[in-house]
Design a protein around this ligand. Structure first.
Ligand code: G3P
Length: 217
């Protein structure tokens, strides 16, 4: 399973990159705003800054919600850097735009996916990635991980090439469960990645090794 970090914070992206396990980055307008990145030019520059830190795919979301606007904006994003993946909302014009970009071999990520039916449409439109939001489903007492399992089953039935990008991952157990189910990618905050490091027996064991080493030296 690929690890993407879901943030526009350059420091955290660098930290995950330095850990050596980062495969890409996802962003959205809320994450950009959280970092205080506003204005079209600043946002575009920030995408390039992110691409210069990581080696993998960087999702950049369109703001337009009409077909022509998404095509124009998506093309502008794709032209920014070869690592950019055009992120499109799961709406009718978003699916049409996905098909357009897919025919042009421009990579896409269909976002705000909350049902298996939406995931089927994204795959049929040739999306590179589909982003089901598991944490937000959990927030409304619906099993987000079950949606990942449903999409995995459906995509395997038809050998769809669209990669399942489990999004709105909130914690380490989401990461582990997504890996068990067979999500292709997970995107989460830095803490969901670094949390995987932790085990008290590792800390206790290491302290004991060092203590025993000191006794003999
Ligand atoms: O990847 C989607 C993500 O940014 C949404 O996460 O935690 O706001 O539901 P969250």
């Amino acid at each position: 399973m690929k690890f993407f970090i879901d943030t526009a914070n350059l420091g955290q992206i660098q930290e995950a990159q330095d850990l050596g396990v980062l495969d890409g980055v996802t962003t959205n307008p809320s994450l950009m705003a959280k970092e205080g990145i506003t204005g079209r030019d600043n946002i575009l520059k920030h995408y390039v800054d992110i691409c210069n830190i990581v080696d993998g795919d960087v999702s950049a979301e369109v703001i337009a919600t009409d077909y022509d606007g998404m095509i124009k904006e998506g093309q502008e994003l794709a032209d920014l850097h070869e690592q950019i993946v055009v992120k499109l909302p799961m709406i009718k014009d978003g699916i049409k735009a996905c098909k357009y970009f897919s025919d042009k071999e421009i990579r896409t990520n269909v976002t705000l996916v909350f049902s298996a039916g939406q995931a089927i449409l994204a795959a049929k439109a040739g999306a590179t990635y589909v982003s089901p939001f598991i944490g937000r489903l959990d927030d409304i007492s619906t099993d987000g991980l079950n949606l990942i399992a449903e999409i995995r089953h459906i995509y395997d039935n038809y050998a769809f090439n669209t990669q399942i990008l489990a999004a709105s991952v909130r914690h380490t157990m989401h990461v582990i469960d997504c890996a068990k189910i067979g999500a292709d990618v997970m995107t989460g905050p830095l803490k969901s990645i670094e949390g995987l490091l932790k085990h008290p027996l590792t800390d206790i064991g290491l302290a004991k090794f060092l203590e025993d080493y000191k006794k003999g030296n």
